[in-house]
Design a protein around this ligand. Structure first.
Ligand code: HPA
Length: 272
């Protein structure tokens, strides 16, 4: 079955389960599930019940779509994303973004946990992503291009929407929550980086590094969606002494910062 037809089938299935068309899509990263509490819920769909949807396998990811309102805005939220390191194909990793677009969503908000490489960063900092470097071994648009989904050679001069960045900064300032901005480097994982790799990623221009977000951003831009993304810095890669990192520490730091990120996202959505 063609990707296009799968997208239409899944979107039609979801449309049959909801009463309001969502306007904004949200994808939650590791440990950031707390954002769900912001939503006045209208419907929930476990991934396992959705045709053509892969099923999430990572600890700390819940695996469901949540529909409802944040303020006056109808949102569709993905609690738990699909990572390339889990073994999913790039098509599977980015399929939900395609479905969002087919449902009429034009604004996408992504969140993730990331390692900090900028020496001024601290654990628990929030970083608004202003640009990215794609170091995944495969581009999600590799292969024949279906022009119904987007153009063959997408422009990437504004991968993250400038007006959404400005709205988030204004919202954060009003809430008195400090935020950083920076460049996110996306690579496949699942290993965290070696000290030499962190240094290299910093030298090439990265402020934070993680294992998600970039494929979803690329597919969303291909589809003409506006994208906003924010990282929680859960560990620090560039320090004088090498530090060990565990998934548990990443989840703990992400959980601790989740309420701040939730507040900013809610305030931002109300401005959009
Ligand atoms: N590297 C890659 N991915 C991550 C990190 C990291 O240091 N922290 C959280 N996700």
């Amino acid at each position: 079955m063609l990707l296009y037809d799968k997208i239409q089938e899944t979107a039609a299935f979801i449309s049959g389960k909801i009463t309001h068309q969502p306007k904004t899509g949200i994808i939650l990263g590791s440990g950031l599930g707390g954002l769900i509490d912001l939503i006045k819920k209208e419907a929930e769909l476990p991934y396992a019940e959705i045709p053509h949807f892969p099923v999430s396998t990572v600890e700390g990811h819940q695996g469901k779509l949540v529909f409802g309102k944040i303020g006056n805005t109808q949102v569709m939220l993905m609690a738990g994303r699909f990572h390339y390191y889990e073994g999913y194909s790039m098509e599977e990793v980015t399929f939900p973004v395609r479905v969002m677009k087919a449902l009429g969503i034009d604004n996408l908000i992504l969140s993730n946990a990331a390692g900090g490489m900028n020496k001024t960063f601290n654990i628990g900092d929030l970083m608004i992503i202003t640009d990215h470097i794609n170091l995944f071994p495969e581009n999600p648009l590799r292969g024949p291009n279906d022009s119904r989904l987007g153009t063959r050679f997408p422009d990437m001069s504004q991968p993250y929407d400038k007006s959404m960045v400005a709205m988030a900064q204004e919202a954060a300032a009003e809430l008195n929550i400090p935020v950083r901005t920076g460049v996110y480097v996306g690579l496949q994982g699942p290993t965290f980086e070696t000290p030499a790799e962190y240094r290299w990623l910093h030298i090439i221009g990265g402020d934070a590094v993680g294992m998600s977000t970039v494929p979803e951003n690329i597919v969303a831009r291909h589809a003409g969606m506006n994208v906003f993304a924010m990282s929680v810095i859960t560990d620090l890669g560039v320090t004088d002494v090498p530090v060990t990192i565990t998934h548990e520490e990443v989840l703990e730091a992400a959980n601790a910062a989740a309420p701040k990120m939730a507040a900013i996202v809610a305030a931002m959505i109300n401005r959009m």
